[in-house]
Ligand binder design. Sequence first.
Ligand code: CP
Length: 325
Amino acid sequence: MTTRIHPPAIPSGHGKVPQNLLRVSDLDPARLTQLLELAAQMKHEPLGWQHSLNGAVLGCVFEKPSTRTRVSLATAAHRLGMAAITLNKDEMQLGHGETWADTGRVLSSYLDAITLRTFEHTVVEELAAAASVPVINALSNTHHPCQSLADLLTLSQHFGSLAGLTVAFIGEGRSNTCLSFLEACALVGMHLIVASPRGHTVDEDALAVARKTMERTGGSVTVSADPVDAVRTAQVVYAEVWVPMDRPHERAERAEHFARYRVDRGLLAHAQPDTMVLHCLPAVRGEEITSEVLDGPNSLVWTQAENRLPTAQAVLYTLITGNQI
Ligand code: CP
């Protein structure tokens, strides 16, 4: 049996543990930092917590396809001693009109945490409001917090620290990945440049909220239509899919709109030689990113995908145990 390693205690009065993780801004800077530190420890010692949540159960509801989020959360649960069970909406009474609120209330008496991937963010909110166990957003149309945590762990491990890093996000400024990454940049004091075509720029309200947080953390966010200009000063270029998974009918129109926003060797020629590349995956090779870049020496993408597991483990552990990191 592997014994649990001893992570640092939480300084009292800092980093209140949220009940749920529905969006990145459910965390505050102190709690986010602690969560990333715990994830780094869990990456180093994956089985160091293997009996810490013995007997607990995670319920997993996925209304959209998922490879990374589904498997990393289930594996993270197993590594903590939990069972992970898949709940198919069509086989539950949700398919017959039972509300998410009633479902969350009842499931809370059987489960220790619930993770949900769905469409409208209000559905995750409705479930969380009624549930008395932690709810983890495994992706909604507007937020993808689990992805951002892996992004931050990847950057902090590569660069040594996060505050002051400059990232150029290239493509859809209204995606869940972009919005969650914006919230993450705000909390850790990073500089974000989002380059998007007209009609796909970051929501003004989200920008205003992030800028308010950045007044305290020292970060910044700017929007641009010019991907070349965006990558010039960036230490990291974040490529984003052109077509969201629930909008395949927009492929032709988007391919035309986003043609200038491909992360390829030509675009990266305008960046510094040591600029690194992120992509949340799945990638459409040759569309938003070329294979040459995705598999190239400056790609952090595979580490980023790998980091979904320790960050999922840290999220489950932190939310379920409350204050006991
Ligand atoms: N990046 C991400 O969320 O991947 P999946 O859709 O495979 O979960």
